[in-house]
Design a protein around this ligand. Structure first.
Ligand SMILES: [Zn+2]
Length: 145
């Protein structure tokens, strides 16, 4: 994870992950490529998404963004955090005190990356394409201000 990652894109990634969990029980993405202009997240899944599912997914992410939820951080010791969260994707240098990033009461996730202060800063979330190959659902997305 790059520390200079775009805060808007990366915050959108958190919301997309929680929305994928709630709608499709995928778990969080196992791989992500977050860039200022466009990003992609890969999820383990068993089928492609239907067009109307893609639309509903995009709508739900935008609904969360428009709700203007505060993005807060709190800290937990590793031993406590590992009971509540999967820490596999945290880099080793995360240290013994784990930072938990919360998007309102919608999402909570251990993370060292940069975030917006409230979700409205993210802007409009747009899914560019969703592809499915060999058990991997890849979602490409952009943001407009
Ligand atoms: Zn994060």
């Amino acid at each position: 994870m790059k520390p200079n990652m775009d805060p808007r894109m990366h915050s959108a990634e958190h919301i997309l992950n929680q929305t994928m969990i709630r709608m499709f029980q995928t778990g969080r993405c196992f791989s992500a490529h977050i860039e200022k202009k466009k990003s992609k997240c890969d999820y383990r899944f068993d089928r492609p998404l239907e067009d109307d599912e893609v639309r509903r997914l995009e709508d739900k992410v935008n609904e969360v963004i428009r709700s203007d939820l505060p993005v807060n951080e709190s800290f937990m010791v590793w031993k406590e955090a590992e009971k509540a969260f999967n820490l596999e994707r945290l880099p080793g240098e995360a240290g013994d005190l784990i930072r938990i990033v919360k998007v309102g009461d919608y999402d909570a996730c251990p993370c060292i990356g940069p975030h917006v202060l409230s979700t409205r800063e993210i802007g409009q979330f747009r899914i560019g394409s969703v592809s499915f190959e060999e058990g991997v659902l890849r979602i490409r997305f952009r943001l407009s201000p």
